[in-house]
Design a protein around this ligand. Structure first.
Ligand code: SF4
Length: 386
């Protein structure tokens, strides 16, 4: 064996053979540009997007000497969260350096696994309105409740015991007197009862003299608990229409809210919606000038392009607002020449994530709760495997 081959074999035996190969001039240390493009971008062609898959296999580029394995230190170095917009009810932020599958996991957890409080049982004492009991109960179930679900227990853990730790009780009493005009019953009519139910659940006459049994068994008032001090419970929006009452009609009921998740029923979903999209990238493949630049600018309904003057009355198109691109593909329609001018791409590992909360919890808290749930799931998997 020649001398050089001996030293290479020795290095391979020491576990540093790859270093030796990488040091050779004709072995690339990173992917060639076209493979890098296919790995990191979705190319949005006129007919369909291509290279939509994410390449996970660690040995995918082994023949090129490029290691494709996921490394925790690389992930920590590259991963970033940038909040772009934050209000009481919605948030837009960028998840950078993350696989879209993980972003999708957060989306699914937000919709169906982060718990909230929602009305589950409705005890109707009187309903002479035109809205049937079932329809009214369904409408009540969909009214968002402003109460932190982390302070409550799931009702299934408590059996039939409806106590201050697992139930929120609201009362609604509305009446339209004879001779009055029609009235609209809105969600602000739901009044929180911190001491629990007031409706007797058995015949009062059979228990004459003793305090009637109600539908809950609170041991104390909820507003006396430290976790609720300064944190009053109410509906999130006071102006949701529940029913309309004509003269002589009346609704009297009690609504009991419990903790649950959106997978059981959409009323427990904490988000109106949660979605993500990959960061759009719009690249001009050639200089687009003068009238063609004007035409390109006018083609785009999202106003992504601007016109820049580069002296002597010459004008060219620039990509000013790529983030606003909706991928409608209008700019590459109209013939092959347009496809040769503009390349539409999506950055695979840069997700623009949007959360619209229903109001139970602020959107930033919802996301941290989703992260905790995914963390728990990962821990469960690791425990099962070990
Ligand atoms: S795909 Fe549509 S929104 Fe995006 S740059 Fe082209 S025309 Fe504008």
């Amino acid at each position: 064996m020649p001398e050089g081959d001996v030293s290479m074999a020795e290095e391979s035996n020491n576990g540093s053979g790859l270093d030796y190969i990488m040091s050779l001039e004709d072995v690339p240390s990173k992917l060639p540009p076209h493979l890098e493009l296919f790995k990191t971008r979705v190319l949005c062609n006129n007919d369909a997007p291509v290279h939509t898959e994410t390449i996970q296999y660690s040995g995918a580029y082994a023949t090129l000497g490029v290691d494709n394995s996921v490394r925790l230190d690389n992930f920590c170095e590259n991963f970033k969260v940038e909040v772009k917009r934050l209000t009481d009810s919605d948030m837009e932020f960028d998840l950078i350096g993350i696989d879209p599958a993980i972003a999708n996991a957060f989306r699914r957890i937000l919709i169906s696994e982060v718990p909230t409080m929602a009305i589950e049982r409705v005890y109707i004492a009187n309903n002479t309105s035109v809205v049937q009991d079932e329809v009214l109960s369904h409408r009540l179930g969909l009214v968002p409740i402003r109460a932190d679900p982390r302070l409550f227990e799931y009702p299934e853990n408590a059996g039939d015991d409806k106590n201050e730790k697992n139930t929120i009780v609201f009362k609604l009493h509305a009446r339209c007197r004879v001779g009055q005009p029609r009235i609209t019953v809105k969600s602000d009519k739901l009044k929180w009862l911190p001491n629990g139910s007031e409706l007797p659940c058995e015949d009062v006459r059979s228990n004459a003299g003793s305090k009637p049994k109600t539908f809950t068994s609170f041991t104390c008032s909820q507003d006396s608990l430290p976790e609720f001090s300064g944190n009053s419970i109410s509906v999130t929006y006071p102006d949701i229409i529940l029913a309309k009452l004509g003269p002589g009609q009346e609704i009297e009921l009690e609504a009991h809210a419990v903790k649950g998740i959106g997978r059981t029923h959409a009323k427990w979903s904490p988000v109106a919606t949660a979605w993500y999209r990959m960061l759009p990238e719009v690249v001009l493949l050639e200089d687009v000038v003068d009238e063609v630049a004007d035409e390109l600018k006018n083609k785009c309904p999202a106003n992504v392009f601007d016109i820049e003057d580069f002296g002597k009355g010459n004008r060219r198109a620039t990509v000013a607002r790529p983030r606003d691109c909706t991928l409608c593909r209008e700019c590459i329609r109209g013939g092959k020449e347009w496809e040769d001018r503009v390349s539409l791409r999506r950055v695979k590992h840069h997700c623009i994530f949007t959360i619209e909360s229903t109001g139970a919890l602020p959107p930033e808290v919802l996301f941290t709760e989703a992260v905790k749930i995914l963390e728990d799931k990962c821990e469960r998997v690791i425990t099962e495997l070990s």
